[in-house]
Every structure is written in structure tokens, then in C-alpha cells.
Design a protein around this ligand. Structure first.
Ligand code: HEM
Length: 421
């Protein structure tokens, strides 16, 4: 079934014929991939809580409603009742580690389970640990850019946006960055857990990637248990709260989640930021003249082209959202990217402003599931953009990439060719 849905998601002509079923929301069409904000604006203005028959979900696009979905206890991150997730779980039955990744994962638990996991990881993944990484991140970007400088032109996704966040998360976890091609292959598969309609081959490639990543982490965890180092894996093993620790299934699920979450999202932020600076040359000049604007510029890139466009929640008990009655177990899609351009919340939302003040965007989520890696994500983007602007002040290229990634959840370019002068 999943294989069929993945096939359907690529059949453009058929999808157009199925227009009555998709109505105002068809994220599989190429025009949505090119400019999702057209869909988000239309929904926000005409149907802010839109019932999608094709997806069996309510799509909500206004800032206040998205915020409520992310914060209110009426909505749960446990998606185990969603049919696609049930199929994937069913395919992986008898594999407790995979079940752990689906069910005992930060992103998919709530209440006490989530508090326990988040408390323990939070003890290991501290702001100090991230800030200490800064000099190593700067050296890594410099090395990557040295290679680029020799060639005179580059493709930023391949040469910087992809390798850099993988090296960063590998450094943090304390796993060899030399294995990064394998991490990339696994995370390309595992990120489909967020967006199962994309990709080919149904659930088996995803389950294979999970098995491989667990097989990779299992001996590393055993080794760190025996010989703790000054890395995040060792710190997660040692973390203790109320006499409880993370067990092996928790640790495998968390290590894999961090590898995927720390890679896919940040690399798209770097790619999107690069494109935005081309599209808005005056803002690029303003930033180039005053690099102290980097932190607010990164937040503006997150707001303007949000790398995670949307997330979803299950309704825990019958309730209302902006007057729309919702029933238990119905699904609500919270479109972060639509909220981030809501004129009711952001003055002049279509303006890309690298110095935007009070930028309360939702690109990193909100509430209990607020992005655990937000500080690392911002640091990586600041270091990468700062180095690009300093070292190649005259870079140029097309503001439209050759292709956008095929995903309704992730927004990012497939490639970003760049000339250095
Ligand atoms: C530009 C980069 C990033 C973006 C846009 C981003 C976005 C998000 C969003 C929107 C959520 C909330 C999802 C929800 O509520 O359903 C989230 C959660 C999370 N992020 Fe990030 N993220 C980024 C980078 C990172 C990095 C670098 C890491 C780790 C190394 C990371 C780890 C996580 C984790 C573990 C969660 C789950 C937190 C929880 O459920 O308690 N993220 N992220």
C-alpha cells in the first residue's frame, strides 16, 4: 500500500485528474514544490482550518492556531493511530529496536515518557557542549571552503550544506565523521518517517536503514559504556534523573534521531539561506556590511523558507480549534511555514529582512517538542553563512535552484550551483 502511495505521489497527470479529491491542498504537484507559499497563503486566507479529504486531516495555517496545536494538551505527538505509521510498524513487527524508534522517540511521545526522555537527553545535550563546538565548526567550514576555492565554482548542497551538518553532529556524538556517506544514506531513508509518501520501495528500505544504523551504534554504545569519553553518546549513557537512565533501546532511538534530525534540517537551512541571499541582493549587501546581523539573518531565513514546513498532531479528546469541532484521533497538520508568513503576526511578512526584530517564528516548533538542536542549528548556519560571505564576497548564481526536494515536509534545494566571482 505504501509503495502504491509513493508511486501515486509521482504521477503528476493522475494527481491533476484527482483534483476533486485533493481540493485546495495537493503537496505532490510541482508548482507546490516550487512555491509552497502560494498554497499556504490561499489556505490561510480562505480556509485556515481546511479539511483535506485526501489526507483525512485538518490543515491549519494561521499563526495562533498553529501555536495552539503545538502547545495545547488537546493534541498529541503520538501518531501511532495514523494508518501509514501502523503499516510501517506492522512491517517491522518483532524488531523491538525499530518499535522503540517509532514509539519511544522524543518526537512521538508525550507526557511522562517525553519528560523522562527530554530530561535525560537535556542533561547531556547542553548549551555549553554546543558552544564548545564553535571553533571546530569554524575549522570544518574553512576546510570545506578551501576545497571549493581551488575549483572557482561549486555546488553548495554537495560541497557544504550536506557534509557540514553531518560532520558537526558526528563530532558532537563522538562518532567518526569519515562514516558520513553512510550517515547520509541512512538519514535519507529515515527522514521518510516524517514524510512516508516520498521515496520508492515502500517500508523495506526504511527498515533496512534502521537495522543498519542500529548495527552501527550498538557496538559504539557498548564501547562508550566501557570507556566513556567527552562526547554526547557517553553523556547520554551517564545521564541520570530520579534514579533512572536511558536504556539501550532509548539510546539507539535517540542516537539515530539526532543523526537524522541534525543533518537533514540544517543542510536545508544552509541551502535555503544561500538562495535567499541571491534573491534579495540588498539584504545580502546589508548583511555583508554588518556581519553582526548574522544571528537575526539566520532566524529570518528560518522564518522565510522554513526547512520543516509542517508537523502533525493527533487530537487527544474532542475539542475545538478556532471554532472547528475536532474529534478524538483525528489528525491536525500544523503548517509552520504558513504561520511564519501570517500578516496578523509578522509586520510586512513577505519582506525578507535580515535585521527583523522580535522574530517569533515557529520554524523550530514550540511547546514541549521545541527543537532540541535549535542552538546547534543556528550556530551551524551562522558559521557557514559567515564564512561564505567573508571568503567569497562576490559569489553569484541563480536564485532558483535546478530542483526543489520532493517532500511535503522538508523544504530545500536539490542543488545550488555557485560561481565564486
Ligand atoms: C534548521 C535546522 C532545524 C530545524 C528547522 C528543526 C526543526 C524542528 C522542529 C520544527 C521540531 C518540532 C517538531 C514537532 O513539534 O513535531 C524539532 C524537534 C527536534 N529537533 Fe530540530 N530542527 C533543526 C535542527 C536540529 C538539529 C541540528 C538537531 C540535533 C542535533 C535537532 C534535533 C531535534 C530533536 C531531537 C527534536 C525533537 C524534540 C522533542 O520532541 O522533544 N534539530 N526540530
Amino acid at each position: 500500500m505504501l509503495r502504491f502511495l509513493q508511486w501515486l505521489a509521482r504521477q503528476e497527470r493522475l494527481l491533476r485528474l484527482l483534483r476533486p479529491l485533493f481540493g485546495r491542498f495537493n503537496p505532490f504537484l510541482p508548482e507546490h514544490r516550487r512555491e509552497p507559499q502560494t498554497t499556504w497563503r490561499a489556505l490561510r486566507e480562505a480556509a485556515p482550518i481546511y479539511r483535506s479529504r485526501a489526507f483525512g486531516s485538518f490543515i491549519c495555517t494561521r499563526y495562533d492556531d498553529v501555536l495552539e496545536v503545538l502547545r495545547s494538551p488537546h493534541f498529541s505527538a503520538d501518531r501511532s493511530s495514523v494508518p501509514v505509521m501502523r503499516w510501517i510498524s506492522h512491517m517491522a513487527r518483532g524488531e523491538p529496536e525499530f518499535a522503540g524508534m517509532l514509539e519511544r522517540n522524543l518526537l512521538t511521545t508525550d507526557g511522562d515518557d517525553h519528560r523522562r526522555l527530554r530530561g535525560l537527553v537535556g542533561k547531556a545535550f547542553t548549551p555549553r557542549r554546543v558552544e564548545e563546538l564553535r571553533p571546530r565548526l569554524e575549522a570544518t567550514v574553512d576546510e570545506l571552503l578551501d576545497g571549493i576555492a581551488e575549483r572557482g565554482e561549486t555546488e553548495i548542497v554537495r560541497d557544504l550544506a550536506h557534509p557540514f551538518p553531518v560532520i558537526a553532529i558526528a563530532e558532537l556524538l563522538g562518532v567518526p565523521a569519515a562514516d558520513r556517506d553512510r550517515f547520509r544514506a541512512w538519514s535519507t531513508q529515515l527522514v521518510r518517517l516524517l514524510d512516508p509518501f516520498q521515496g520508492r520501495g515502500g517500508a523495506p528500505p526504511l527498515i533496512r536503514a534502521a537495522r543498519e544504523i542500529f548495527a552501527y551504534f550498538r557496538p559504539l554504545l557498548a564501547e562508550r559504556r566501557a570507556n566513556p569519553g567527552d562526547d554526547l553518546l557517553s553523556a547520554m549513557i551517564a545521564a541520570e534523573q530520579d534514579g533512572r537512565r536511558l536504556d539501550d533501546v532509548d539510546l539507539l532511538a535517540l542516537s539515530s534521531l539526532l543523526l537524522v534530525a541534525g543533518h537533514e534540517t540544517s543542510s536545508n537551512l544552509i541551502g535555503n539561506s544561500e538562495l535567499l541571499l541571491r534573491r534579495f541582493p540588498d539584504e545580502r549587501k546589508r548583511l555583508q556590511d554588518d556581519l553582526s546581523l548574522l544571528p537575526s539573518a539566520v532566524d529570518e531565513c528560518l522564518r522565510y523558507e522554513s526547512p520543516i514546513q509542517l508537523t502533525d498532531r493527533a487530537v487527544v479528546e474532542d475539542c475545538e480549534l478556532a471554532g472547528q469541532p475536532l474529534r478524538r484521533n483525528q489528525m491536525v497538520v500544523a503548517v509552520l511555514a504558513a504561520a511564519n508568513r501570517d500578516p496578523e503576526h509578522f509586520p510586512d511578512p513577505e519582506r525578507f529582512d535580515v535585521g527583523r526584530a522580535d522574530n517569533q517564528h515557529l520554524a523550530l516548533g514550540q511547546g514541549n517538542h521545541f527543537c532540541l538542536g535549535s542552538q546547534l542549528a543556528r550556530l551551524e548556519a551562522e558559521v557557514a553563512l559567515g564564512a561564505l560571505l567573508r571568503r567569497f564576497p562576490d559569489f553569484s548564481g541563480d536564485p532558483e535552484p535546478p530542483a526543489w526536494r520532493r517532500s511535503m515536509v522538508i523544504r530545500g534545494p536539490e542543488a545550488v550551483p555557485l560561481k565564486l566571482a
